[in-house]
Design a protein around this ligand. Structure first.
Ligand code: SAM
Length: 359
């Protein structure tokens, strides 16, 4: 064996430091799963309104079983989320922590994203199949998926729809006021489209999604509005010509079976002067550029456990969550949009927004 082939001696201190880091990740992952439980049980919201309280008082206020709540509280205390007074055995959620863990939290509710960890765990065995045979999954295999997406959309799209999102194309609010035809492609639970339909009574709104479950939720969100319709439809076969003035796609292109084909169909479905407004994940197509991208490990995890397999499951491209803004821009241009405008909005650092116009 030459000198160049000799394995360098292990740096013991670096190895121990790394083992500590992995230990921190295990604790962080465990707490993240329990953040999801705190969100879904409503415990964070309940605790936000309570003074320092016993586990029994917290469980009663939440309508939950005390034994489970006490065990969850132990995770929250040792994980540094909840303050604990050992003398009185009482627990308190500090206002500074409630600020990113509760409904309507001023810093955005990060517990919403903790739900992705639990969802991924629920399909782990199916994902292991994919590692062996390259196969994909169906949307319906992911528990609670459309509810999670609706909460995500509520924060990144709906909350900012009228103040920052629609004004990305400055003429849009006026045209919506006057009355245009709008399609939301991959509308999920339809919250964004319903909010627009409510605000712009002169415009007509259509939402398409592959998933019946999502469309049922969307119909509920739009109950009572008569300028909106939803339909279960596979956008891969979507074939309408010059029917819409605005087509939106919120976080709904990268995990399509055929993202490039759908963008071409969107271009064809727009009338002249039509606008495509698209939100999608803002990472780069080049892993080396994503080392400091916000939440990159979480996004690549969501990709490996969801976005890539659901596209593969439709027999599709499997581009994954981090397909990259470069890929998106190139596909928009190939679809016929000459000059897509790209923006990152302050409230939504994980995503990129494209406004693309048809002449
Ligand atoms: C990440 S979710 C986003 C949903 C919604 N726009 C939102 O922001 O909450 C992507 C959506 O695209 C839909 N989708 C995926 N492939 C589709 C296809 N081939 N045809 C129609 N919808 C599709 C999924 O069912 C899902 O609701």
């Amino acid at each position: 064996m030459t000198e160049a082939q000799t394995t360098p001696p292990m740096d013991q201190a670096a190895a121990e430091l790394f083992a500590d880091k992995v230990g921190g990740m295990l604790n962080g992952g465990a707490v993240a799963l329990m953040l999801s439980i705190g969100h879904r049980t409503g415990l964070f919201d309940v605790m936000n309104g309570l003074p320092s309280s016993t586990s029994q008082a917290i469980a009663d206020a939440a309508g939950l079983n005390e034994r489970y709540v006490r065990e969850w509280l132990a995770v929250m205390v040792t994980g540094g989320i909840v303050a604990y007074d050992g003398a009185t055995k009482t627990y308190r959620l500090p206002a500074e922590h409630a600020a990113c863990l509760t409904k309507g939290a001023p810093l955005g509710n990060m517990a919403v994203y903790a739900q992705l960890i639990g969802m991924g765990g629920a399909v782990q065995d199916r994902i292991l199949d994919g590692f062996r045979d390259g196969g994909g999954l169906q949307y319906g295999e992911y528990p609670h998926f459309h509810a999670i997406m609706a909460e995500d959309s509520g924060q990144t799209v709906v909350a900012q729809l009228f103040d920052t999102v629609l004004p990305l194309a400055p003429e849009l609010p006026g045209r919506l006021e006057a009355g245009i035809d709008v399609l939301d492609a991959g509308c999920g639970s339809g919250r964004a489209l319903a909010a627009m339909a409510k605000r712009y009574a002169n415009s007509r709104f259509t939402g398409y999604d592959l998933e019946r479950d999502a469309i049922d939720r969307a119909k509920q969100a739009a109950a009572g509005l008569d300028n909106i319709r939803f339909e279960t439809l596979d956008l891969t076969g979507f074939d309408e010509v010059e029917r819409y003035d605005l087509i939106t796609s919120f976080d709904a292109i990268h995990d399509q079976k055929d993202p490039a084909g759908v963008l071409a169909r969107i271009w064809r479905a727009l009338r002249s002067r039509g606008i495509h407004l698209m939100q999608d994940v803002g990472g780069s197509a080049d892993l080396a550029n994503n080392l400091d991208f916000p939440f990159a490990p979480l996004l690549y995890t969501a990709s490996c456990l969801h976005c890539m397999p659901v596209s593969l499951g439709q027999g599709g491209a499997g581009l994954g969550t981090m397909w990259g803004w470069e890929t998106a821009e190139a596909m928009l241009k190939a679809a016929g949009f000459d000059a897509p405008e790209r923006t990152v909005l302050e409230h939504d650092p994980m995503n990129v927004w494209f406004v693309s116009r048809k002449e």
